[in-house]
Design a protein around this ligand. Structure first.
Ligand code: SAM
Length: 212
């Protein structure tokens, strides 16, 4: 399998854990270094989706998690088709936070204050229409799964700190954001002392088959 736009390897680790032979491709050398150090047996290749350094027909499956909206879709789909074997599969996944009420809305407002240009609306999943309309793939299927993440204070801090636009802030700016996160967590727990701090998500999944 090729896990494309693998980042620091969240999905890659799951695929490897399921027993698949996975190659990870990611344009950011910093992310790739983190991936390779946490998954030492997994080859990591510095590459963008629009120009893949693999021979034609190299992979049974290509996965793209929460990243297809960054691609030049037409060019990337042609490259993905090239590196897939005949009838190979492409899977696009977006894991999106939902539920804009109460403290989850306050969290969204806080994150948008750090990155006002952040994705709104469909959070990128709308770009999957390029797959649905592509002549290069067929049998496009869709499904979605609801799930949630229960977080303590350290977990919520970790979630915010892992955002690339937060880690890119200066130390002082990051400390300010983290102080706001701590306040938000304290408010959420105080207003509902028995409630866990739960973040709802939906995972949207598309699957398609490479046309022969
Ligand atoms: C939100 S992260 C998702 C990382 C990982 N797939 C995951 O689910 O944790 C988006 C990733 O897309 C990568 N990316 C952005 N543009 C890309 C492109 N044109 N080709 C390949 N990867 C790209 C970024 O470097 C980043 O690692």
């Amino acid at each position: 399998m090729l896990d494309l736009a693998a980042g620091s390897g969240s999905l890659t680790a799951t695929l490897v854990g399921l027993g698949h032979r996975v190659v990870a491709a990611e344009p950011s050398q910093q992310m790739l270094d983190r991936l390779v150090s946490s998954l030492p047996g997994t080859p990591g290749v510095a590459s963008a989706a629009e120009s893949l350094p693999f021979r034609g027909g190299s992979f049974d499956v290509v996965t793209v998690a929460t990243a297809f909206h960054w691609f030049d879709a037409e060019v990337a789909l042609a490259e993905i088709r090239r590196v897939l074997r005949p009838f190979g599969r492409l899977a696009l996944v977006w894991n999106t936070r939902v539920g804009e009420q109460g403290w989850t809305q306050a969290l969204s407002t806080l994150l948008r204050s750090v990155r006002p240009t952040g994705l709104a609306g469909d959070w990128g999943a709308g770009s999957a229409h390029a797959l649905a309309q592509s002549d290069l793939f067929e049998d496009v299927e869709y499904t979605e799964f609801s799930h949630s993440q229960t977080l303590d204070r350290a977990g919520l801090r970790g979630l915010v700190a892992s955002r690339s636009y937060v880690s890119a802030l200066s130390q002082e700016e990051r400390a300010e954001v983290m102080a706001l996160v701590d306040q938000l967590y304290a408010d959420a727990v105080r207003s509902e002392p028995d409630a866990a701090v739960v973040l709802p998500y939906v995972t949207q999944c598309w699957r398609a088959t490479r046309r022969p």
